[in-house]
Design a protein around this ligand. Structure first.
Ligand SMILES: [Mn+2]
Length: 345
């Protein structure tokens, strides 16, 4: 596997007046070189999209999500070519866990897995803090969904907004188990509980024992598979849940708009976590926990054409891509389209 190296390094920074001047001059130059220039002189007042891959599948039951970001990173030129380059997407970094592969690690214990995941989440968290400091807009490519613990603790730390972060969780599942309620013990079924401050001490220490997400600032969209214990916990905590029936009836766009408006009552710092299993398995075969009767890509893409996510949000994660399960590149193409539409606004 090839580790991706950043294609661009530190962004230029400008004082306010220099910046204005730069925009004025570059606008002129761009007019001149409209056809020639497509990279270095376009608008820099937009945040650049930093893609951060996390090659860990330790939280999933099925192997393969650890290769998701490597596949996306190795084919990133295809994605870049599809984007309008307004936000100049670039592959920033691929983060690896201390132990890469599960092969020959079948007897690894739950606690050992927790330690590996906690450690890779800490690496992700520090890199997100760095990326935000560089005025980047992070887009995280998983990896399994347990990595969300790293993403959103990083965002909360970078913006110093613990408990004031809003999170939209688009997923077929509730991901709200604790080690005591989960039968599979798969940690990708537990990230929301950890982020809300529950779960084992190994995992909550990853987030410095701070509650990252206030349950009132969390919205789940697309749920259609869960255990009763998860549902009871979310009800008790007052988490807003849009089940798939309601989403399909009202449309994803309306649901997303409603969710953003709901969270705006509490906060301006909102993130989006997308688990590819929210889509119908026909449209996203390359993921491990498929559930029938999901969202269609058109529903999702039409919504993000109209809702400028980069302006509304602070970070996006696209999780659970398993390239080994993909068919005819359907899931990779969907990811590429999502990125294309995100970067078009
Ligand atoms: Mn999930």
């Amino acid at each position: 596997m090839i580790e991706q190296t950043p294609k661009y390094t530190n962004a230029q920074t400008f004082s306010h007046s220099l910046f204005q001047n730069f925009i004025y001059i570059s606008a002129k130059i761009v007019k001149y070189n409209k056809k020639k220039s497509n990279s270095s002189l376009s608008n820099t007042n937009f945040k650049r999209l930093a893609f951060i891959g996390v090659a860990s599948g330790w939280g999933a039951q099925i192997q393969g999500t650890e290769d998701g970001p490597l596949f996306v990173g190795n084919n990133f030129d295809k994605i870049e070519n599809m984007c309008k380059k307004r936000y100049k997407p670039y592959w920033d970094k691929t983060i690896f866990p201390e132990i890469r592969f599960k092969k020959n690690k079948k007897h690894i214990t739950f606690v050992e897995k927790e330690h590996i995941i906690a450690s890779v989440c800490k690496k992700l968290k520090s890199h997100i803090i760095y990326a935000i400091g560089q005025n980047r807009f992070p887009i995280i490519i998983g990896g399994d969904h347990s990595l969300a613990i790293g993403t959103w603790s990083g965002i909360a730390h970078a913006y110093n907004c613990h408990q004031l972060l809003g999170l939209i969780w688009v997923d077929a599942h509730m991901d709200s188990h604790t080690p005591y309620t989960s039968q599979s013990h798969a940690i990708h079924g537990m990230p929301l509980t950890v982020l809300m401050g529950y779960g084992s001490s190994i995992m909550t220490k990853t987030i410095e024992d701070k509650k990252i997400i206030n349950p009132k600032h969390l919205v789940l969209i697309g749920v259609r598979s869960f255990e009763e214990e998860e549902k009871l916990l979310l009800e008790k905590l007052g988490v807003k849940v849009y089940f798939i029936g309601e989403v399909l009836k009202n449309g994803f766009k309306k649901t997303l708009e409603e969710s953003i408006n709901y969270l705006h009552k509490y906060t301006n710092i909102i993130g989006l976590s997308l688990d590819l299993d929210v889509f119908d398995p026909i449209h996203a075969p390359g993921t491990g926990s498929k559930e029938p009767n999901g969202l269609s890509p058109d529903e999702f893409l039409n919504a993000i054409v109209e809702i400028p996510l980069i302006k509304e949000l602070v970070a996006i994660e696209i999780m659970e891509f398993n390239p080994h399960l993909d068919k005819d590149s359907i899931t990779f193409d969907l990811i590429a389209n999502i990125i294309k539409y995100i970067s078009s606004r």
